[in-house]
Design a protein around this ligand. Structure first.
Ligand code: ACO
Length: 315
């Protein structure tokens, strides 16, 4: 019988520097706190300092996840990092930087690029390694520092994003717990609506909004059914923190009340691949989620990509 993969440790890290909506206005951006909050739900975001980079965020989150798992670091057999903003903009991967910094032996370590769906892609990839007995324990990280490629004069994009990292330790676990269902999607025909071109984010905001709601909601409903569950079995939805209005439309269409939806975008904005693990880690830290809860992690972003993981929480 195949082993099951479950999360046995979790942690997150956010840079200290805060940029509020008012700070953006003070910097000369033609916007207002009221406009940003009412259209997105975002109040402030975190930004890396000159000494920090994506790998430093990833490493801090990883150390916390390993500590929370209470494992010996040397038992980690795989490092997967979801990111679109690696330190070197290509190679070496952030995963190799983390592998070295943690003093791990020559295990597989690689980055995955699936924009804001990156954490779902990374988690699902590590899950396959564990279920197929290739490794017993994996470190899965979502880390991004989009501030590095932000055009701070473009009010269409710079109000939305922030930096951060979240990490989980995934390991072989009890059959009844762990990840029960995972599904990943992509539709490359929508590539143009959100892209990094000439090291700058370009986005058709309205199109992204529509594609997100149109594609993702039916996929969540189907995934819940395929996992043998009903919407009322879901204890918490942990969505990618893109925009409170997108999240609200999703939860309304799924019939999930606000108390079943984890959001923190008012404090951190959209941290891309880091947003789901940060939200999950905070919810765990605040004791909002507990052992036995059924969680649905939903990512969506550039590509266009989207992905769903349904799991029973065990910490
Ligand atoms: N402040 C003030 N006015 C603004 C701002 C701003 N920051 N940004 C745009 N406007 C203006 C526009 O110029 C436009 O003015 P006009 O009518 O004179 O032309 C007006 O506001 C309306 O612009 P829209 O783009 O139509 O505004 P909308 O209501 O769609 O809100 C937003 C824009 C917030 C970007 C919204 O479309 C959205 O959130 N889309 C989803 C984007 C997203 O979530 N992206 C990331 C998700 S995927 C991923 O995570 C990788």
């Amino acid at each position: 019988m195949k082993p099951t993969a479950g999360i046995i440790g979790i942690g997150h890290y956010l840079p200290e520097k805060i940029i509020t909506n008012e700070d953006l206005v003070a910097q000369g951006l033609d916007t207002s706190d009221d406009w940003i909050q009412s259209r997105t739900g975002i109040r402030e975001r975190r930004i890396i300092s000159e000494e920090e980079n994506t790998s430093t965020l990833a490493l801090e989150a990883a150390r916390k996840a390993i500590q929370s798992a209470g494992i010996d670091t040397s038992t980690i057999g795989l490092v997967v990092v979801a990111t679109s903003t690696s330190d070197y903009g290509g190679f070496p991967s952030v995963a190799c930087q983390v592998q070295h910094a943690l003093g791990l032996p020559n295990i597989p370590a690689f980055d995955i690029s699936a924009a804001c769906t990156g954490f779902n892609y990374a988690l699902t990839t590590a899950q396959q390694y564990i279920e197929n007995n290739m490794v017993k324990t994996a470190l899965v990280i979502g880390a991004d520092a989009l501030s590095k490629i932000m055009d701070w004069t473009d009010r269409n994009t710079c109000i939305l994003f922030g930096d951060g990292a979240g990490a989980v330790v995934l390991s072989q676990t009890e059959k009844s717990k762990g990840i029960h269902y995972a599904e990943l999607f992509s539709d490359g025909s929508q590539a143009e609506i959100l892209k990094i071109d000439n090291e700058r984010i370009e986005m058709e905001g309205r199109a992204v909004f529509k594609v997100a709601v149109k594609n993702v909601v039916p996929s969540i409903s189907e995934a819940i059914l395929k996992a043998g569950l009903k919407n009322e079995d879901i204890d918490f939805l942990i969505p990618h923190q893109a925009n409170i209005r997108i999240i609200k439309q999703m939860s309304d269409r799924l019939g999930l009340s606000d108390d079943k939806v984890v959001t923190n975008l008012e404090k951190y904005g959209n941290t891309s691949a880091a947003s789901i693990p940060i939200a999950l880690s905070e919810a765990f830290e605040k004791k909002r989620i507990s052992s036995g809860d059924t969680l649905v992690l939903v990512g969506f972003g550039a590509g266009f990509t989207w992905g769903i993981n349904i799991l029973e929480w065990e910490l």
